[in-house]
Design a protein around this ligand. Sequence first.
Ligand code: UDP
Length: 238
Amino acid sequence: MLVKQKIYEGKAKIIFTGPQQGTLIQYFKDDATAFNAKKFDVLDGKGEINNLISEFIMNKIKEKGIPTHFLERINSREQLILDCKIIPLEVVIRNIAAGSICSRLGVKSGLKFKEPLIEFYYKNDNLGDPIVNDSHISLLEWSTHTELKQVKVFALEVNNILSRYFLKVGITLIDLKLEFGRVKVDNRLVVADEISPDSCRLCDAISQEKFDKDIFRFDTGDLVSSYRKLAKRLGVIL
Ligand code: UDP
């Protein structure tokens, strides 16, 4: 058993060393940030609900054959995960236009894409996570052509699995952000980080009620109650 040591603190999570070689502990904080951390608050209960939702979603995609870093939920705030080298990209898959694509390209919010649109952002807070393309990614050696091809296959498959699953409970998946890593012991490509309403846009398919971080971004309601409502719809909590 190794002694638990903090190795990294991000905006919404803390990473600690794990109990066995090759594992880490991912701790979900209550901190909420938006607009590259220009907006910040501590929202009681957010960490716990995101831990539960992310566990549920990671297990869902794992069941369908997508490799992930997730091993198990340890307690209300922590997960045991595989130690990975994170690829410095945010992979965004969009089914419907919302957020930055609207302001950047003048696309009308709500436009349904004929097929899912994939974008890559370079994970770098100092640069404000700029959008990048395949050439940047391979020439700056963040990932190889072959690996990026696999990232795209997994990203589209995750979007497909989750879109269908959410629709069964009457929820539309507007867009989502994924991160990928390579497992340190065997270099396997896996979905890493978290998948939660912090990293997806979700709304009721009929009423359009929102269940995601836009509630916090634009102060339109109580974020934690909305996340709980979503968790109930998914059957994650009673
Ligand atoms: N997203 C995220 N982390 C980020 C940026 C975006 O999880 O640092 C998610 C966001 O919640 C949304 C999707 O990625 O589900 C697309 O976000 P967008 O590019 O529209 O950016 P934003 O509106 O957050 O500026």
